[in-house]
Design a protein around this ligand. Sequence first.
Ligand code: ADP
Ligand code: MG
Length: 673
Amino acid sequence: MQEGSGCVAELKDVKGIGPKSLSLLNKIGINTIEDLVTHYPFRYDILERNDLTKIEDGEKIIIDGKVESVPILMRFKQGLNKMNFRLVTQSGVVGVSIFNRAFLKNQLSVGTGITVIGKLDKSKNVITASEIKMDLLSNSVKIEPVYHCTSGLTNKNMSTYINMALLMYGKTIPDYIPEEYIEKYNFLNKKTSLNVIHNPSTADKLKEVTIRLKYEELFEFMFKINYLKQLNKIKNNGLERVIDHAEIEKFMKKIPFDLTNDQKKAVDEIITDLEAPHRMNRLLQGDVGSGKTIVSFIGMYANYLSGYQSALMAPTEILATQHYNNLVEFLKGTKVKVALLTGSTPKKEKTEIYNGLKEGSIHMVIGTHALIQDEVDYYNLGLVITDEQHRFGVHQRANLQNKGKTPDVLYMSATPIPRTYALTIFGDMDVSTIKERPKGRQKIDTVVKKTSEIKEVLELMYKELKEGHQVYVIAPLIEESENSDLTTVNELKDQMKLAFKDLYKIDIVHGKMAGGAKDIIMEQFKENKVQILISTTVVEVGVDVPNATTMVIFDADRFGLSTLHQLRGRVGRGTSKSQCILISDSDTERLKIMEREDDGFIISEEDFKLRGHGDLFGTKQSGDMSFKIASIKNDYKILLQAKKDSKEYLLNKETDQDELKIKLIHSISTKES
Ligand code: ADP
Ligand code: MG
């Protein structure tokens, strides 16, 4: 392994890299020698041995033959030279010309067997060779790296610079795998691995070093994550409190249902964290409808018992209001004072809440972004919870945490973030997972229908409505727009009125309505005063109306699978059989995944495969996960191993003086500060 601080030479020291190429390399983010040699090919072209007759004009060819004529060498200005000769192959004679290989002239005597790689010009019957192998290639394929380049910088240039850098400075490139693991896995050393990845001779060798380089990248990443996690634990920087467990037990008895085992476990984990001297940094993940809310409420109550204030932030007013109502109900008979703070809270009330929070007379507050406004000050904030955390940016979450001194932090997520990514993005968090569904839940039947089948859809709706159940209808748009023929909420309202006459009350809710108006309609829906609720995706997150058993989504192809899963999660919340109807004339293959799968984890993985992670995370977060060679998605097994090994390495006291360990830790502390 490389000792010391790594490569001290600079890019411009690499032979062949002049000022012009230097600035081109900088342009694509290559600033150091290490950047250059880890500029990995994004793919490889596999060239097979070929036949002159089977190759099209201008295509790449790799061909064996014997030199038939003495090479003629031409020298131009400034070291440029060109050599021409004829080659006899099994499929005929062809001319070969190659630039700047004057030094090969003596070896290319007539009759010598060689392999030529180049481009065939059919009309001239000449191969312009990029390479001549003097020893006949033993394997029948040639693997050619293909790099991301930029105009003015060819693939060939890139390959040349990289190989020159490896030749001159290969030994000084740092290796982030500790010696013991290199031995354990029988890995090749860094320099050799880099040589192979840029010049693979066989597919097997390439595979071997690819795994090694991926492991290295993931090891470094996971080491840092593990270290941060450790640091947080060691620092003892949290609030230490005493919680009356008997009081919590008593309180939990009042819940009208039995908690699932996963819920109980999550409650235990949260309470243990609250009591411990370190600061809680926990993600509570569980599929839609798995019952995260009640778990967080118990946490808030425990926090109250220890004498601190709690704040819960939700992404929408509808959701915040619903949580508030539930919490108030839940806390009946206690002395806890709860407030709701959203954008539409009247000014006077707002001021009262600000005061209450500042003096400590309000114990719990639920709200939207309004909670992180500058005016909000707390007396002693001890627990911060964000619901549907993926809806908030990193900054917004941090802002809420900073409102208290060192409050414990709980994030809740309905896992639109696949397990695999959660592990890395939230790698410095502890995770509680609720997998088990509450008793009595049934699978939601999901079908994809065409717009021409609307009659059947209406019949299905009618059947449910007749049984006293309620229906959600979702459209992508609120009102008509000139450049779109997507279904709108307004137009659906007219259609539904036409279909159901005055039999059922129909209303609409959407994001552009004032908060108060939305609340009124949601409340009416909850109380079954409205039977058909037409909406945009504002009902996507969290809304809980167990009597609603049917979800109809128009233009379903417009939504990501995770969104559809969230929307579908609005039904199937009670004990009655529920259904979800996806209406679309296109992209039905993708939508069929919804018919098949009801596990949010699997769906988000599928979504990820189809759409990439751009849709799932804010740019900030995805930026943290940019790897050069590894992919969290495809290399999950390597990731797990690297996670385990890096933790073991971190905890191993004997390696505390290792240069590598010191360097890894140093790179974190300089970055974080
Ligand atoms: P989510 O995890 O999606 O936020 P909620 O917390 O909104 O889910 O819970 C969904 C519904 O399930 C709510 O009506 C809630 O009261 C109910 N619920 C939660 N836990 C249980 C349980 N153990 N048994 C029965 N119903 C439960
Ligand atoms: Mg929820």
